[in-house]
Design a protein around this ligand. Structure first.
Ligand code: XLS
Ligand code: MG
Length: 345
């Protein structure tokens, strides 16, 4: 498979049982080892980890046990010809994170979040990835008066500074999302994420990760969010997927809802040689109706579409585009792009 210089990743949660808030699982659980086998078979290079994907039940384990288990996992990754792209703290399930983690009103909850983050950093070190992603899932409120939003920024900076000091070699990307599970989340867009990073003790070690659906949920264009991150040289990863309207995060297969929007994301990434900057990550889920024996197609379809769109980007008639842009004939530019996407030109 020609991958045009790109490397690809997904998280084990992208192979899942299909439960949703209105119905139970519809597919059997796939064991982690089985998921690991799927990566190379499907053409992927790296695994995205939540801390407890790598070391289950880590809240009940001593630091030395955590390191030992993470090192054993690293050997399994080596044997499978895979690397860890990043590790992320899962700070949205434990009871101590009900009211948020880093921005919780309860100082004990904030202490839990900081300690859990240090364990996550130990795992990242053991998996030999210098890259951490923070999706600030419950950093927000259901009612504005419950927290001081300005103080929340300071609390986030304090928590990030602690991580940056604890792991001097680590780089951290913020993965913004405007809502869900919170009614309104802090740090909802790439602009907020870049600004937050600039406020920390080591701004050069702070970057961003754009998830297509998260930008769409914020009413923004994912390609423009990526472009903003690129303009600051801080786009260190992406989560490609798709989203049909402003509802819950659907994590649909890349391009499944809007092909032009997917094309524009690949255009901005490829024009900025993203294959030299970071990995193309997916964050996709099979629709609940998909049968178990065919419940990997959201991954293979997304990867395949990305590569097809790279071919479309690289075969664009750029001089014709330049002429139409100079003439400000954007309707004709529309036609050029659409006919190219349809294989008619
Ligand atoms: C949610 C995030 C989360 C990441 C970072 O979209 O991608 O699943 O793994 O925690
Ligand atoms: Mg994501």
């Amino acid at each position: 498979m020609e991958k045009y210089g790109y490397k690809f990743s997904f998280g084990p949660w992208n192979i899942h049982e299909g439960a949703d808030p209105f119905g139970p699982p519809v597919r059997p659980t796939v064991a982690f080892d089985k998921k690991l086998e799927a990566y190379q078979r499907l053409g992927f290079d790296a695994v995205q980890f939540h801390d407890d994907d790598a070391v289950p039940n880590l809240d009940d384990k001593r630091p030395d046990q955590i390191v030992q288990e993470a090192r054993a996992l690293k050997q399994r990754l080596d044997a499978a010809g895979l690397v860890a792209e990043f590790v992320a703290p899962r700070l949205w399930e434990h009871p101590m994170t009900i009211d948020g983690a880093y921005t919780a009103n309860d100082p004990a909850a904030r202490t839990y979040a900081r300690e859990r983050s240090r364990k996550m950093l130990d795992i990242a070190q053991s998996l030999e990835t210098g890259f951490v992603v923070l999706w600030l899932a419950r950093e927000g409120t259901y009612m504005r008066e419950a927290k001081d939003a300005a103080r929340a920024v300071d609390l986030l900076v304090e928590a990030i500074d602690d991580m940056l000091a604890y792991a001097p070699g680590i780089r951290i990307a913020i993965e913004p999302k405007p809502n869900e599970p919170m009614d309104i989340s802090y740090i909802p867009t790439i602009g907020h994420a870049v600004a937050l990073g600039l406020k920390t003790r080591s701004p050069e070690r702070m970057g961003v990760l754009v998830e297509s659906a998260h930008a769409i949920l914020a009413g923004l264009d994912p390609a423009d969010e990526m472009a903003f991150g690129l303009a600051y040289d801080k786009l260190w990863s992406v989560h490609l997927n798709d989203q049909n309207g402003l509802k819950f995060d659907q994590d649909r297969s890349f391009g499944a809802v809007n092909l032009r929007r997917a094309f524009d994301q690949v255009l901005v990434l490829d024009d900025h040689r993203f294959w030299e900057r970071g990995m193309v990550g997916l964050d996709v889920k099979a629709v609940r109706t998909q049968k178990a024996e065919a419940a990997e197609k959201h991954l293979s379809n997304s990867l395949e579409l990305f590569l097809w769109l790279v071919e479309r980007v690289r075969s664009l008639d750029r001089s014709a585009m330049r002429q139409l842009i100079e003439a400000r004939d954007y309707e004709e530019l529309d036609r050029l792009i659409l006919s190219h996407l349809m294989g008619r030109a």
